[in-house]
Write a protein that binds this ligand. Sequence first.
Ligand code: 13P
Length: 253
Amino acid sequence: MAQMIRPMVAGNWKMNGSRASLDELALMSTGFTPALRQKLDIMICPPATLVLAASQRAVGIGIAIGGQDCHANDAGAHTGDLSAGMLFDAGATAVIVGHSERRADHGESDATVGAKAEAARRNALIAIVCVGETRADREAGKTLAVVRRQLKGSIPDHMTSRDLVVAYEPVWAIGTGLTPTAADVADVHAMIRQDLRRIVGKEEAEKVRILYGGSVKPSNAKELMLVPNVNGALVGGASLKALDLLGIVAAYA
Ligand code: 13P
């Protein structure tokens, strides 16, 4: 059942941070008490330049490291891109795919995102597949339809709860300080769980973590994390500083 799912708070540093920022990892680890460690996972997804160093710094401190994107292919002539295998080699255990900023800035389609999720799985990484409607979609009453289309197109059907995490991130809530109501989040997450049953099968669907993302901060984390079918958070701005991230993690204390 959904209540048994081990939550995850994942930080997406986006295009922020330098080697000095990695000092935050040790601070995060210090506040990640044994009691909290029993309850949830923490992951940080720094920019690609920092994945190797972050993984080295994270050894033995209980924080997992992930990438922010990968190519769908394992190798080849793709200047500037990174493969899932390279992220694995650098110590990542997961990769975000289909973030709305990738979908918007790089024109990524559902099929592209699905191929990236598959590349992650093939290379022993957890794929954190992002979905979420724009403000225009929401105002047109298309939230559920858009999210359902993205789920269907972006998640290969043989994925399991071991290699898949879904993140619902309404585009209009990202970096704006705005969040949907708890009731709206509950509706979308219940629908995601329902659709996952069809995509990955009933048994796996009950175990897949569904994260909420978009302006999560210490002051609203508890309310959002208590919503049924919310199994953690994907955090942008508030994941850059250990104190803020720990304030969010405290929702599980
Ligand atoms: P913010 O938490 O800064 O709104 O970003 C959310 C996000 O996009 C995480 O992937």
